[in-house]
Design a binder for this molecule. Structure first.
Ligand code: URA
Length: 210
């Protein structure tokens, strides 16, 4: 992937995102829309996966048909909101291995605090797609990528729904080798680190915990 930041400007994504941003959209619809958007983002993020061929027989003839090459990729959900993107990604890539990074944001310092980490074996040989809907300050995302690299991951992509310019800059500084794919580059962060215009707290909106 050439660009550090890719904004997927597909009309279906943008339309669904508008409904998600609306504060009156209930959790069940929010979750469903996030799942649908994940399908479209999964399509984009897997665009450059390496391919090989396999000889098969169709009812008509024998051909060398394309198939995915290499080790199964790893989807790593940054808890807890990452799970909202994970489900849809798994719909499209059901054989992917799955890992979890548990980080929460200290609401006073805005710094990430780690509480869980588990990733698939041979992580160094897999494409790792780290998923978190909101790239806000970039502190948790950069910390999660640090942890993935410490575990051996070498080929990482970061997938989010919304990104703030501050988070993109932080990630570019900390991890210039990790491309970011997002559905929208929003305007800014507010004084407590929320994305504006944003959609509020993604975890609360997915799980109805407000
Ligand atoms: N996390 C969220 O869920 N929302 C934001 O706007 C920023 C961080």
């Amino acid at each position: 992937m050439e660009n550090h930041l890719t904004v997927v400007n597909h009309p279906l994504i943008q339309h669904k995102l508008t409904i998600m941003r609306d504060k009156n959209t209930p959790s069940n619809q929010f979750r469903q829309l996030l799942r649908e958007i994940s399908h479209l983002l999964a399509y984009e993020v897997t665009r450059d996966l390496p391919m090989t061929t396999k000889t098969i027989e169709t009812p008509m003839t024998t051909i060398d048909a394309p198939k995915l090459d290499g080790k199964k990729l790893a989807l790593v959900s940054i808890l807890r909101a990452g799970n909202g993107l994970l489900d849809g990604m798994l719909d499209l890539i059901p054989s992917a291995r799955v890992g979890f990074v548990g980080l929460y944001r200290d609401e006073e310092t805005l710094k990430p605090v780690k509480y869980y980490f588990k990733v698939p074996s041979e992580i160094d040989k897999r494409l790792v797609i780290a998923v978190d809907p909101m790239l806000a300050t970039g502190n948790s995302s950069a910390a999660a990528i640090d942890m993935l690299k410490e575990a051996g991951a070498k080929n990482i992509v970061f997938l989010c729904l919304l990104a703030a310019p501050e988070g993109v800059a932080r990630m570019k500084e900390a991890h210039p080798d990790v491309p970011i794919i997002t559905a929208s580059l929003d305007k800014k962060l507010n004084e407590v680190g929320y994305i504006v215009p944003g959609l509020g707290d993604a975890g609360d909106r997915i799980f109805g915990t407000q």
